[in-house]
Ligand binder design. Structure first.
Ligand code: ADP
Length: 269
């Protein structure tokens, strides 16, 4: 039996403003046991989207921030030593499989290569999780879903996802929202007035267009929200932009100056 998209009330789902048909796609993928891969720059709403969908589908969510030391055992589980001797402790992937939840692996390309061994049989139509250490093989229940994300711009080519892995997923590409959507997000997230949020978004878009090889990544929606929160709280707007929108982007003096020129040009002073 295929899972039905739960008619859970969305009242409790974290706020998420769609960029396109991603909610519909996610629902179809969930109902048909297809794992989802989300590509996009940092801070553009990938995590918020998955949190929103998990709440809408009424599934528990296990989010794992992957890093270069993350191994298959970190996902699956390991034996621990307790008072009564050793006992098995499920990792987040195993818990999601047992409970029929959503397992979201953020920045999956960072994880160690041995993780693909456990992800592959879960990401195709077998939907199984063999746990070597306990001899168990778990069959994922209908509610289980695997979601992974990565940032294609930031990764070096060697770190990209293997073809044999990526071709198991339905892919979604996220970018920064268009200006009016981003303004609405900033208003909603910070409480800043719409006209001021609009100006910040215009500024962010100008900063994004500045090409400088010392700026690894463009200013994200997350950073615009941070600047807006500081301004709404009474902090000086130019300083808020410097601290929230500019400083996190680079350490290079010249690049910082170039960015601040744009801030001054738009916000005055
Ligand atoms: P990512 O996982 O892509 O790095 P997040 O999902 O953590 O980014 O988004 C960062 C912040 O940006 C969120 O906390 C939220 O405030 C805001 N945000 C970005 N896009 C959206 C969106 N479409 N709807 C609601 N909030 C968003």
């Amino acid at each position: 039996m295929k899972p039905q998209a739960a008619e859970a009330s969305t009242a409790e789902a974290p706020y998420y403003l769609p960029q396109g048909r991603e909610r519909e796609l996610f629902r179809h993928a969930y109902q048909n046991y297809l794992p989802v891969l989300i590509k996009g720059p940092t801070g553009c709403g990938k995590t918020r989207f998955v949190e929103h969908m998990a709440a809408e589908l009424d599934r528990p969510l296990y989010t794992v921030a992957c890093h270069d030391d993350l191994s298959a055992a970190d996902l699956v589980g390991r034996h621990l030593i307790g008072d009564g001797g050793t006992y098995w402790s499920d990792g987040p992937l195993t818990r999601a499989v047992r409970e029929g939840g959503i397992c979201y692996l953020d920045e999956v390309v960072e994880a160690r290569k041995d993780t693909t061994v456990v992800l592959h049989p879960l990401a195709d139509d077998r939907r199984i999780l063999p746990i070597d250490r306990t001899g168990e093989t778990l069959r994922a229940p209908p509610g289980f879903m695997l979601v992974v994300s990565y940032n294609p711009g930031y990764q070096n080519l060697l770190k990209g996802m293997k073809t044999s892995t990526r071709q198991r997923f339905v892919g979604l590409r996220f970018g920064f929202p268009d200006p009016s959507a981003e303004r609405d997000i900033v208003v909603r997230e910070s409480g800043l007035a719409a006209e001021r949020a609009e100006l910040l978004v215009a500024l962010a878009n100008k900063l994004r267009r500045l090409e400088d090889h010392d700026i690894e990544e463009a200013a994200s929606t997350r950073l615009v929200v941070h600047a807006a929160i500081l301004i709404r709280n009474g902090f000086d707007p130019v300083a808020a932009c410097e601290n929230a929108l500019v400083e996190p982007l680079t350490d290079d003096e010249e690049a910082l100056q170039g960015l601040m020129e744009v801030v001054h040009a738009l916000l005055g002073e």
